[in-house]
Design a protein around this ligand. Structure first.
Ligand SMILES: *Cc1c(COP(=O)(O)O)cnc(C)c1O
Length: 396
């Protein structure tokens, strides 16, 4: 990043930008144009709403946490008539309920792939199967989903999928990106909501010439390119294989973490459809989760997160974004044993570690496809029987 003092209207920058945009397409796994914007993730969420809706449009938001609520606020801010399908925090939606809410006049459906505030995973694949046949565009906030969760963006028909730089691509905050389908580009020609800085069509035009519409976050773009090189380097230079390794890693360390905290006798906050992006855990009874967050920081200078909003104090969250690998996860679980032992008043040493190691021993050497197919799970993590039985298993 420090070396990236390149002027943005030069051949050097154009070469960098074009290279990163190609890497981004491979990372997202799409043939659609990917737009990069200099903002945090919410900027791309706002762009999706402002570019794809008109005041008065009926839209459906699937909400089960703080980020779902952000879609509600954004869509209201742009004058949409917002229908919501809510699930309690920690849970996901029933596909039958989504089907029932998806009336013919719904213009767009907004959802999260992974609800970072609760640790739940939502089944993008089964919602996409509904929107593909409808007029409604599907907009997915996959800010913690990309790089932790497998998607078939074009095959499923996701119209907009959004990512951010500070999550699984492991660089500082400040960049957002989104892949946009042909259907969504067409919709933008007729929608009426105001947009200027976040006009995706303007960015698309500039990107075709290797530039961004306004001064981009040059250093972050250089960092993103370096992150993709790093991800690819772990898989012989193949970015798609590197991304799959990143997802495989997240799935395995998330499963290790779930096994460990359950071995401590703690409860998962999102047990039915847990995300690979983050594991949310209820604090023990009569314990403020802030004490665990604080203890972990004081003893190990490590960061685990408290709950957001009304969930503050109730739960703590452990991220699996980027290459937090086996050794990092084992160290984190070992540290948690020391922090939780006096709180739970039981001998915990080695208890979570053993459970986590058993998961690793079972999953080691599996391919991503084998991992996702194990126990015949849907891409959302739930047993296939709970999702539409007509859905293909990821990678099958
Ligand atoms: C981090 C995150 C965001 C983006 O938030 P910003 O602070 O704007 O980057 C949005 N949705 C989800 C699910 C997230 O995890």
């Amino acid at each position: 990043m420090a070396a990236a003092d390149i002027h943005h209207r030069t051949p050097e920058f154009r070469a960098l930008y074009q290279r990163v945009l190609i890497q981004l397409k491979d990372f997202v796994g799409t043939k659609n144009d990917v737009i990069l914007i200099s903002s945090s993730g919410t900027g791309a969420m706002e762009a999706a709403v402002s570019n794809l809706t008109s005041p008065g449009d009926r839209v459906l938001v699937l909400t089960a946490g703080k980020f779902g609520e952000r879609w509600v606020s954004l869509a209201k801010a742009f004058g949409c008539q917002v229908e919501t399908l809510s699930a309690p925090y920690g849970e996901t939606f029933s596909i039958e309920e989504v089907r029932a809410k998806l009336k013919p006049d719904v213009k767009a459906v907004f959802m999260q792939a992974t609800e970072t505030s609760t640790g739940a995973r939502h089944c993008v694949q089964s919602v996409a199967a509904l929107t593909k046949e409808a007029d409604a565009l599907l907009v997915v906030d996959a800010i913690t989903g990309l790089g932790t969760t497998q998607f078939d963006v074009d095959g499923w028909g996701i119209d907009v999928i959004i990512g951010g730089s500070q999550k699984a691509v492991m660089i500082p905050p400040g960049l957002a990106y989104c892949a946009v389908s042909d259907r969504a580009w067409q919709r933008m020609e007729t929608t009426k909501n105001p947009r200027y800085y976040f006009d995706l069509r303007k960015e698309r035009k500039s990107a075709a010439k290797g530039e961004s519409a306004y001064t981009p976050a040059v250093a972050l773009i250089a960092a993103l390119g370096a992150a993709f090189d790093y991800i690819a380097a772990g898989a012989g230079g193949d970015i798609v294989a590197g991304r799959d390794a990143l997802i495989h890693n997240a799935e395995v360390v998330a499963e290790m973490t779930r096994a460990a905290v359950q071995a401590f006798g703690l409860k998962l906050f999102a047990p039915t459809a847990p995300a690979a992006a983050v594991t949310a855990v209820y604090a023990p009874e009569r314990t403020d989760s802030g004490a665990i967050v604080k203890g972990f920081k004081e003893q190990f200078a490590g960061v685990i997160a408290n709950g957001q909003g009304e969930m503050k104090g109730q739960l703590f969250r452990i991220a699996h974004l980027g290459f937090f690998d086996y050794l990092d996860t084992i160290a984190m679980i070992g540290g948690l044993e020391h922090v939780l032992q006096p709180i739970l008043g039981r001998d915990l040493l080695g208890v979570g570690l053993k459970a986590a190691q058993q998961v690793y021993a079972k999953r080691r050497g599996t391919s991503l496809t084998q991992l996702l197919e194990s126990d015949h799970r849907c891409s959302c993590g739930r047993p296939m029987a709970e999702c539409s039985p007509t859905l293909a298993v990821v990678g099958a």
